[in-house]
Design a protein around this ligand. Structure first.
Ligand code: MSP
Length: 532
């Protein structure tokens, strides 16, 4: 059954170039978006840039250009990088675009109207890097330093517009308690949020003064700029607030890193609840799921420029050049910090995953099957005939069905590593089947060629099923494989964000005997460490 699917990434600060963290969340979003398109869902995948931060003004000044020029330059770097890395987002929102700014002012006006915003004064500890006030107890716990970049917190007082967040504690606890309308995962993260809401919610400032001209003005009060976080969160809604796109809202998944959980799990839904109270805003429902991942560290340590272990754009490009784009996507999305523990981006681990899963399992299995097809059947897929006798399970369609079932279950639960493993498991089953039936021995025996044909047909079928499941992770290589095996129509249907018909395509027995199987170059040549 197909339906709609709307997935977002955080929008990234444009004070610098993209790095592995940004590429990671976007790659996860891309795999999910591709999976849903493959199923035939009407999918919308959004990413973009958050441009009105003070640190953008600061880094622009350091580089001797205007904030807009600096934002343009870095937003372009994000766009170019994501395009180069094959990300299939449907839109790229920049918060400096009029289409966003107009909506932000519009919603802000509505918030003023809804009675949950008032003018007041605020004083507290401010984390300038994260553009965030830190509550006294937390500030103390962090030693009055930013937990993100270690810079000292600054004492700041200002007159602001405040949002009555305090009025929403009970509703949020109730919503999170049931998890039916709005949920936060993994559960450990949800528990953290719930515990903090239980401590009590303070009203929060949603405007700033003295930030100059950079930012979106509070409608009707030019002295105040809308707080960058409020401006940024709205992107998820502003981008789809058009007659053609409203149908995508609410977002099905907001993917975020753990350091921005509070804004997304508390402030964002509370704002939506406030907006939703106004007539005509009934469609502004809460996002269904906030999925919070952990952090990449590198070579066993927190990534840092000074340690020299930072996986920056140059490093990313290097990995793509040496191993290929799909290898990077595969490593990030199957070995990344999707759960509650951090993941290590280590070269040795990358090579091991590449060689084990991609070269030795997938690449090698395809070579074996295409080699034998070449040798025994002139490169044309044979007709299935009688099964050779072995001791192993030969209900191939059932083996494939199990893999498909595990795969869907994992994908629905955002367990990308398990999903990929379900597909790889099917490829390993093909290897096991070849070991058990020994087609190269059968081929030497009189009258056994039809059995060899059966083996190769079943192998090709199972590989076809596995390839469909792996496409969201490895689009480039899988499309190449399809083009060599008479399945180019899948690639055609999915090209340019097209939709697939996964359920139908997965039905066993669709490989056509007689189809030419082109061996071609190895899909994933085994990596020899000397190359790095
Ligand atoms: N602009 C805000 C988000 C606003 S969303 C309405 C922001 N931007 S950011 O440029 O700092 O990007 C934060 C996001 O980048 C994280 O939530 C996470 O998705 C990703 N990552 C940044 N560093 C990371 C790692 N070291 N590891 C994994 N992902 C991390 O915060």
């Amino acid at each position: 059954m197909s339906s709609k699917f709307y997935v977002t990434t955080p929008i990234y600060y444009v004070n610098g170039e993209p790095h592995i963290g940004h590429v990671y969340t976007t790659a996860v979003g891309d795999v999910l978006a591709r999976y849903h398109r493959l199923k035939g869902d009407d999918t919308f995948f959004l990413t973009g840039t958050d441009e009105h931060a003070t640190k953008v003004v600061d880094s622009a000044a350091e580089n001797g250009v205007s904030p807009q020029e600096w934002a343009d330059r870095n937003a372009k770097a994000f766009q170019d990088t994501f395009t180069r890395l094959g990300m299939s987002h449907d839109d790229f929102i920049r918060t400096t675009q009029d289409r966003h700014k107009d909506k932000v002012q519009d919603y802000f006006k509505q918030l003023l109207d809804c009675g949950d915003v008032y003018l007041g004064e605020y004083e507290g500890w401010y984390d300038a890097g994260q553009e965030e006030y830190i509550p006294e107890n937390k500030a103390k716990e962090f030693g009055y330093k930013s937990p993100v970049n270690d810079q000292p917190l600054v004492r700041k007082a200002e007159k602001n517009y405040f949002f009555k967040l305090s009025a929403y504690g009970d509703s949020l606890l109730q919503l999170l308690g049931s998890g039916e309308v709005f949920d936060v995962r993994p559960t450990a993260r949800k528990n953290e949020v719930v515990a903090r809401i239980r401590e009590g919610l303070n009203d929060v400032p949603i405007s700033r003064t003295g930030s100059g001209d950079w930012g979106i003005k509070v409608p009707g009060d030019d002295e105040h700029t809308i707080y960058v976080w409020i401006d940024a969160l709205i992107n998820y809604l502003s981008t789809v607030d058009t007659p053609e796109r409203r149908y995508y809202w609410p977002a099905d998944v907001h993917l975020i890193g753990k350091e921005i959980l509070w804004f997304h799990a508390v402030i964002w839904p509370a704002m939506l609840l406030a907006l939703n109270k106004l007539p005509g805003n009934e469609w502004m429902k809460l996002p269904r799921l906030l999925y919070t991942h952990s952090q990449w560290i590198s070579e066993g340590k927190k990534m840092s420029k000074t340690l020299g272990n930072f996986i920056d754009l140059a490093q990313i490009d290097h990995y793509v050049e040496v191993f290929g784009l799909d290898a990077l996507r595969y490593f990030l999305t199957t070995n990344g910090p999707l759960g509650t523990t951090d993941s290590d981006f280590a070269e040795a681990k990358f090579i091991e995953v590449y060689n084990t899963d991609l070269a030795n399992t997938l690449g090698n299995c395809f070579s074996r099957v295409s080699n034998m097809t070449g040798r025994y059947f002139d490169g044309r897929l044979p007709k299935p005939g009688p099964e050779p006798q072995t001791g192993i399970d030969q209900e191939h369609d059932r083996t494939a069905e199990h893999a498909v079932r595990d795969y869907h279950r994992a994908m629905q639960g955002l367990e990308l590593s398990k999903a990929a493993d379900a597909a790889m498991g099917l490829v390993r089953a093909v290897d096991g089947y070849i070991e058990a039936t020994q087609p190269f021995q059968l081929a030497k025996q009189d009258g056994k060629l039809p059995e060899v044909g059966t083996v190769l047909y079943n192998c090709a079928e199972a590989l076809r099923v596995a390839s469909l499941l792996l496409w969201p992770f490895l689009p480039e290589k899988i499309e190449a494989l399809w083009r060599r095996t008479g399945c180019g129509h899948y690639a055609d249907a999915l090209a340019d964000r097209g939709k697939g018909e996964l359920d139908q395509w997965l039905t066993w027995g669709q490989c056509k005997p007689g189809t030419e199987i082109m061996k071609g170059d190895p899909l994933f040549p085994r990596f020899q460490p000397a190359k790095v």
